[in-house]
Design a protein around this ligand. Structure first.
Ligand SMILES: NC(=O)c1ccc[n+]([C@@H]2O[C@H](COP(=O)([O-])OP(=O)(O)OC[C@H]3O[C@@H](n4cnc5c(N)ncnc54)[C@H](OP(=O)(O)O)[C@@H]3O)[C@@H](O)[C@H]2O)c1
Length: 323
């Protein structure tokens, strides 16, 4: 190639790369900072109240999402395992359209889950938020896999993966039937985590968050292919650190009580762009984008390991004091 042609080719590649970065930056700004003032219109219903079922909704991110949904005019069904906590959460929402479902997501049998779903089949449910999840093991939560009991290994699968798969399976007919008018849509939103890529000392948590991710991607592709379910949107939310009762060491991170408004506010923009994955909070989006697209594997492993090691050391110190 003549030197001039080489320079032109390199300039073209450079310009394409710059345009790509500019496009990404513009998308980022528009998505995160220009949100609808009337979110979730497609999930509302003409002539009747639309409801959302939110799991793990007595505290943390689940309660925060439920609060935001109420603010946007939805009725909500709060699912949790401790009746008193659920009742307090329901009362705090201060809305006549709140129901509670007492279900232990870790131990519920198929019969129990299907009974729970039947008990709310009188409601027009257009949204399912599969939020429940966490670290079902004795403290400290950050430990090597070989220190977990078999019951603790299973508990992660039961709480974080099996329950949301079973519940979604049973809820899909309700979500499909909820549409009465042409423009009406339904939604399944599943909670994954930046840990889905595989983090040390939280192996089972990471693995089940990977399950949430691929379950959601697969379901989204399946639903859109069938005219009977193509009106059901399916998104997976990928989260970085959020301060909550299961993440008490996330000092400086966004708090669960405000995080719900980012989740709810981020749905329409993600659906209209035909995304299957959403990172509702801009800080997480930057961090996860860096992890997923820019950092080489060796640096990803280094940073993830150092961050988790620091938390693990703090937990180990707490455990030493408790002894
Ligand atoms: N916080 C983070 O940094 C972060 C990061 C990435 C992803 N996520 C994901 O976001 C979701 C919510 O996390 P969070 O931080 O808000 O958790 P959280 O503060 O621990 O809240 C979890 C909720 O689930 C309920 N719950 C716990 N065990 C249950 C069970 N066996 N059956 C039914 N309900 C149960 C809790 O009720 P009780 O209070 O009554 O136990 C609470 O309402 C999870 O899927 C988590 O993996 C969180």
């Amino acid at each position: 190639m003549a030197p001039t042609n080489l320079i032109i080719a390199l300039a073209g590649i450079g310009a394409a790369a710059v345009l790509r970065v500019l496009y990404w930056a513009a998308q980022f700004v528009v998505y995160h900072f220009w949100r609808s003032s009337k979110p979730l219109t497609a999930y509302k219903r003409v002539g009747t109240d639309a409801y959302a079922l939110v799991t793990g909704a007595s505290a943390g991110i689940g309660l925060s999402i439920a609060r935001e949904l109420v603010r946007q005019g939805f009725g909500v069904v709060l699912l949790g395992h401790l009746p008193d906590e659920l009742a307090a959460a329901a009362k705090s929402l201060n809305s006549p359209r709140v129901r509670t479902l007492v279900v232990n997501a870790r131990t519920a049998t198929p019969e129990h889950i299907s009974g729970a779903v039947k008990s709310i089949s009188d409601l027009n449910i257009s949204i399912l938020i599969n939020n429940v999840g966490g670290f079902p093991l004795a403290d400290p939560p950050l430990r090597s896999l070989n220190t977990l009991t078999t019951a603790e290994v299973d508990a992660h699968v039961d709480l974080n993966a099996r329950f949301m798969a079973r519940l979604t399976n049973l809820m899909l007919p309700l979500l499909a039937a909820s549409k009465k008018q042409t423009n009406e849509r339904s939604l399944v939103l599943n909670m994954s985590s930046a840990g889905r890529v595989g983090m040390p000392w939280i192996v089972m948590y990471s693995a089940t968050k990977g399950f949430n991710y691929s379950f959601s991607m697969a379901l989204s592709r399946e639903l859109e292919d069938d005219p009977a379910t193509a009106h059901i949107d399916c998104l997976v939310a990928v989260l970085g650190e959020v301060q909550s009762q299961s993440n008490v060491m996330a000092e400086g991170a966004i708090t669960a009580d405000v995080f719900g408004s980012y989740v709810v506010g981020g749905i329409d923009g993600a659906v209209s762009r035909k995304w299957r994955e959403v990172r509702p909070y801009w800080g997480h989006d930057l961090q996860i984008g860096l992890m997923d697209r820019i950092l080489p594997e060796s640096m990803l492993t280094h940073f993830a390991r150092e961050e988790l090691r620091e938390k693990k050391n703090r937990w180990d110190a707490i455990m030493a004091k408790r002894r």
